[in-house]
Design a protein around this ligand. Structure first.
Ligand code: CA
Length: 388
């Protein structure tokens, strides 16, 4: 079997409202799908992390840089292809966009491998440690509003996430430390005293401000404090983890096994959040997962993007061994965006319907069982949203 073509599809649409996180507000949603075609008619789908103009530039890397390196190769030689591309791009980018681009291609090769074998991705990896996974709902995004309005909105949204059946809720931070504590208090009021919630700063704090907010989150009983400081600030991470009685989570912006080795050896994370569509695809995710577990660091995958990314992560979460195990082991969760996302809910011929699973199954979603990723993107949908 040979790879005959690699195509990128960058989908884009206006969102119904302006949303934000600690770095920016935005009004357009993007998704970057990768399609790998073969001479035997089997097609694989993957996805690259990266919004907007980043997706457009990554499309250039996928089609213009990676495609010529792998045309004619056997798509089942995933690891050979990964290292050929990585080694040839090493001098030009060991992190960032080249790895995001490679991720989409690698995921598509795993999809092809599953389809050829007639096995779902989790079976190809080694089997399902669980047949369903709990889902947490993130929302509580920033809006350009006064803090009092936003706090009321966060309270109501947090209550709605719990009402919808999710097992936990995650909020954004980013107004500044005093206002952020007000938002976190509002989320606690919204979800009630006995419900798990997490807070995501998207690396907007100095270490000092992160301690201020982190102590408030401790008092509120938050489960984790995500990306408190800049990803380059390994010392800050280590000091926060040693000084706060709340789980420190992070890692979504890190790439490949070497980047992750540095994070893990630094001992700054309680919970690792690798992003499979960015760090180097499934091949590299499995190596990073092994590294995390070698450091006894539990993993909750970072999930963002379309139904292709969500399906990929469902398989990976199913195939994740328990750490350290037991009758009632610690469980990972699926990260799920509760804001409107047409590229997740409208892309597939048969939608994943995560919200329906969550509502009906006590906050849990079943793992797909069809070969490969088990998803079929709707080509008419892709044509409708694809950027020219
Ligand atoms: Ca995050």
């Amino acid at each position: 079997m040979k790879i005959t073509r690699i195509a990128s599809h960058v989908l884009s649409c206006d969102m119904p409202e302006t949303l934000g996180y600690s770095q920016q507000y935005y009004r357009r949603r993007t998704a970057h799908l990768v399609e790998v075609e073969t001479d035997e008619g089997v097609t694989g789908w993957g996805e690259c992390f990266g919004p907007g103009a980043v997706a457009v530039a990554n499309k250039g890397i996928v089609e213009g840089v990676i495609q010529p390196m792998v045309l004619g190769a056997d798509p089942l030689d995933r690891d050979v292809i990964w290292h050929r591309v990585y080694n040839l791009l090493r001098d030009h980018g060991r992190k960032g966009m080249p790895l995001q681009a490679l991720s989409g291609v690698d995921i598509a090769l795993w999809d092809i491998s599953g389809k050829v074998a007639g096995l779902p991705l989790h079976k190809l990896i080694g089997g399902a440690h669980r047949n369903d996974v709990p889902v947490y709902g993130y929302g509580m995004m920033l809006r350009p509003e006064r803090v009092s309005e936003l706090a009321a909105r966060f309270r109501d949204e947090a209550a709605a996430v719990r009402e919808a059946g999710f097992v936990a809720a995650k909020m954004k931070l980013g107004l500044g430390r005093e206002d952020d504590v007000r938002l976190a208090e509002a989320v606690r009021r919204g979800v009630g005293a006995d419900f798990r919630f997490m807070a995501d700063a998207n690396h907007c704090y100095t270490t000092g401000d992160a301690f201020y907010v982190g102590r408030a989150l401790e008092e509120l009983g938050a489960y984790w404090f995500e990306e408190p400081v800049a990803p380059e600030d390994l010392d800050g991470y280590r000091e926060l983890r040693a000084g706060l009685r709340i789980n420190i989570a992070g890692g979504e912006t890190e790439f490949n096994r070497w980047g992750w080795r540095a994070i893990l050896e630094n001992r700054g994370l309680d919970i690792a959040q690798p992003e499979v569509c960015a760090l180097g695809g499934i091949s590299e995710y499995l190596r990073v997962l092994a590294l995390c577990h070698a450091h006894h660091t539990p993993v909750v995958n970072h999930v963002w993007g379309s139904a292709v990314a969500v399906a990929t992560n469902l398989h990976l979460l199913a195939a994740m061994p328990t750490l350290p195990g037991g009758l009632n082991p610690w469980e990972p969760m699926l990260e799920f965006d509760t804001t409107e996302n047409v590229f997740r809910d409208g892309l597939l011929v048969e939608p994943l319907d995560i919200q329906g699973h969550v509502k009906r199954n006590g906050g849990r979603v079943a793992i797909p069982t069809a070969p490969g990723l088990g998803v079929s993107p709707d080509r008419d949908f892709i044509r409708r949203y694809e950027m020219a």
